[in-house]
Design a protein around this ligand. Structure first.
Ligand code: MN
Ligand code: MN
Length: 462
């Protein structure tokens, strides 16, 4: 054998995915990317993504799961959890005692939320106070157009849905930054202190209402909100109003190979899971799609992945077949579909390039996350890793492996640990992202498309 033949047969040979895509796949990829961009534009919060997924599921023949419902192979059901997360399933040919194939992602993204008492006036400018949600670099959220998305639940039982800043005729809101001329001291601060959490105050108005009195600008803003939405100041207490970057998903690069948008993490995997689920026919095992909330703040709470809403859903299906929930979970498999950090040559020193995911190398499998000696990681077993690479290879999925940064550089986590804690073999895989958690994140179309194929391969595995 020549060295070249040895190299081919013995050494791993990662390739840019564009070398492997067929012409037909290129076309499918573009169609998929366009569909994904439309989803992103429609869904910037967990509530919007949940409503979108339920409506789309209905179009594909899914029905809300109800107690005592009969479930036959090929039946499609979904379960909306408090308007903020959703579970969907396509019943398989096999009994639920054989387990289910799960793809689990999250639909919440880093942002700012309005405080319960947000509105005030200072120096004849009206502001809304915020509390940031998830891991953000606070300085990135200054001096850019921001939109308000969310709901106000009133005492009379009605809910008002608010979206301001996405239509091109809408106003937007903004947090001001300091001019460079006076920023000498600010620029000496560390980046985490350049802007304090209590300075993340949104400018929402400057025109005083006509007449006498104090806080006339604040009053004018409240009147505008009341005229339009019928709300009063105390209604902010029972509201969830999220502040996100205003604007649509855009193609990036002169070759249009990338997509820039708010909240790729982790709606890029959520959309992949849904698109795959809608196109699998009747699988061997029951396929379960999870779109969870609260991942960005530790998966806690009633709509996060630590909540027993998951068991409630699976058990609801198990009881229809007389199957024990724990038997079903023990025989199940979970792909924790979440993003990885794409290798960024601009910040090369933060990564081990040999073990980092790369743009356009396909869905990235991440054996473990965590930080400081894998602490907090689910750490998929060798057996699980063998299963997932075999599953992807047999389905022609373009994939790569990933780790989150250099050893001791930092770290993070996903829902994987909470699925594995339920006695479900679990591994992380998803789309590599540049500028993760920034107001605008970047992914490659190829990796998005391959992640959808990866989800499909998991749903259809036996
Ligand atoms: Mn994520
Ligand atoms: Mn994240």
């Amino acid at each position: 054998m020549t060295n070249e033949e040895l190299r081919q047969s013995l050494l791993a040979n990662p390739k840019n995915g564009y070398e492997e895509l067929t012409t037909q796949q290129r076309e499918e990829m573009e169609g998929y990317a366009a569909g994904y961009a439309a989803f992103l534009d429609a869904c910037k919060t967990e509530r919007e993504a949940t409503a979108w997924a339920a409506a789309e599921a209905e179009k594909h023949g899914f029905k809300a799961l109800t107690p005592g419902m009969e479930l036959n192979p090929g039946d499609k059901v979904y379960y909306v959890n408090r308007n903020k997360s959703i579970l969907l399933a396509v019943m398989g040919a096999q009994s639920l005692s054989q387990g289910v194939n799960i793809c689990a992602s999250h639909i919440d993204s880093p942002r700012m939320d309005l405080k319960p008492n947000p509105l005030y006036e200072d120096s004849e400018i009206a502001y809304l106070k915020t509390h940031y949600y998830g891991g953000i670099k606070k300085y990135q959220w200054l001096a850019l157009p921001l939109a308000i998305h969310g709901v106000v639940c009133k005492k009379d039982g009605t809910t008002v849905t608010i979206t301001i800043g996405e239509d091109e005729n809408d106003p937007v809101v903004m947090i001001s930054d300091l001019l460079p001329h006076l920023a000498g001291e600010q620029m000496q601060k560390t980046a985490s202190k350049v802007i304090a959490g209590e300075q993340l105050n949104l400018i929402v108005g400057t025109e005083p209402i006509e007449g006498e009195g104090s806080d006339l600008v604040k009053l004018n803003v409240m009147k505008w909100l009341n005229d339009r939405y019928g709300i009063v100041e105390s209604d902010f207490l029972s509201a969830e109003l999220n502040i996100v970057p205003a604007g649509k998903c855009r193609e990036v690069g002169l070759d249009r190979s990338l997509l820039m948008a708010y909240g790729h993490d982790d709606r890029v995997c959520s959309y992949a899971e849904l698109e795959a689920l809608f196109n699998i026919g009747t699988p061997a095992k029951t396929a379960v799609c999870i779109l969870a909330d609260k991942e960005e703040i530790g998966s806690a709470g009633i709509s996060g992945m630590r909540s027993e809403f998951f068991e409630h859903f699976i058990d609801g299906m198990c009881r229809a077949q007389g199957v024990n929930l724990f038997d079903c979970l023990a025989n199940s498999f979970c792909l924790s579909a979440d993003v990885s950090n794409a290798y960024d040559p601009n910040f090369a020193e933060t990564c081990d390039k040999r073990n980092n995911s790369l743009l356009n190398y396909g869905v990235s499998i991440c054996k473990y996350t965590g930080s400081g000696g894998k602490s907090g990681a689910s750490d998929a077993s060798a057996e699980v890793m063998a299963f997932i690479r075999k599953t992807f290879d047999e389905s022609g999925v373009i994939w790569q492996s990933a780790t989150l940064g250099k050893v001791d550089q930092g770290g993070g986590g996903t829902v994987a640990i909470y699925m594995a804690n339920r006695n479900i073999p679990t591994v992380d895989a998803g789309v590599p992202v540049l500028s993760m958690h920034a107001p605008w994140e970047l992914v490659s179309k190829l990796d998005c498309y391959e992640t959808m194929l990866a989800c499909k391969a998991v749903y259809l595995s036996k």
